[in-house]
Design a protein around this ligand. Structure first.
Ligand code: NDP
Ligand code: 8X3
Length: 249
């Protein structure tokens, strides 16, 4: 099994790469920070191929798989994991540049890479696209705005892939996690304010990257007639908020 994992330089992507290599797969590990990928390759050996890739660079995405060594080109599983949230400001105070980065990475990059790799999967009559969505794609919260909307795109894109792929043997899944610690997600979202990032997880037992990796491994190893459309995961300590109502006093 050849697996392309985006965002493999940290968090879920790194854990997914480790889990699939441990299970006997060959993994193409993609991200911008090549030194992280080189370290992962040094750790995991020849079953891991590091690939420097910016999900905002359309031409780099469409050049795949031809830019890979020939023996790595038949990709069985695409894990569209690279993504980010930037900021927690309300929409009326948010940065338009940050909105653009989230939409480019979480939506366009994910769609473009899928578009590039789907024809070879369809031609072979098998393949799997695992997209990393979020509970933020289903449930709104203050400050979620474009991040939540980008993950709603991931949810609906996955379902529409399913609609288009019926009869091809190619599968598609949205893994939608809630609070998950031990990754760089909140450090990035808080723009490097590590104390603010740590507070997000204070007093909780969040999901771990390994929980997500195990789920991805399970999905990829189900019998070929089984498609998990969406799997939503939360730590037991997380629940739902009440509707926010502004009352006149
Ligand atoms: P991390 O910040 O630890 O990992 C994000 C990964 O995405 C990094 O490897 C980063 O690599 C990569 N990435 C970001 N921008 C780009 C880009 N332009 N081009 C290529 N790679 C990029 O976060 P997580 O592991 O926690 O998150 C992974 C995914 O899971 C994201 O899509 C996130 O939205 C989603 N998610 C996370 C949750 C959480 O609570 N942690 C919960 C629900 C969903 P590099 O910087 O080297 O390019
Ligand atoms: C990450 C989960 O709740 O921070 O997608 O939006 S949340």
């Amino acid at each position: 099994m050849i697996v392309l994992v985006t965002g493999a330089s940290s968090g879920f992507g790194e854990a997914i790469a480790r889990r699939f290599v441990a299970g006997g797969a060959r993994v193409i590990a993609a991200a911008r920070r090549s030194e992280r990928l080189q370290a992962l390759a040094a750790d995991l050996g020849p079953a891991l191929l590091p690939l420097t890739l910016d999900m905002r660079e359309r031409s780099a995405l469409t050049a795949l798989p031809h830019s890979l060594p020939p023996e790595w080109r038949e990709i069985d599983v695409l894990v569209n994991n690279a993504g980010l949230a930037l900021g927690t400001e309300l929409a009326q105070h948010a940065s338009l540049d940050e909105w653009e980065t989230m939409i480019q990475t979480n939506c366009f990059g994910l769609a473009a890479l899928t578009h590039t790799l789907l024809p070879q999967m369809v031609a072979r009559g098998s393949g799997l696209v695992i997209n990393l969505g979020s509970v933020a794609g289903s449930y709104p919260y203050p400050g979620g705005n474009v991040y939540g909307a980008s993950k709603a795109f991931v949810d609906q894109f996955t379902l529409n892939l399913r609609a288009d792929l019926v009869g091809t043997g190619v599968r598609a899944t949205n893994i939608a996690p809630g609070l998950c610690g031990g990754t760089e997600f909140s450090n990035v979202r808080m723009r490097g304010d590590d104390a603010a990032a740590a507070k997000v997880y204070q007093g909780t037992q969040p999901l771990s990257a390994e929980d997500i990796a195990e789920t991805a491994w399970w999905i990829a190893n189900l019998p070929p007639h089984v498609n998990i459309n969406k799997i939503e995961m939360m730590p037991v300590c997380q629940g739902f908020g009440a509707f926010n109502i502004k009352r006149e006093v």
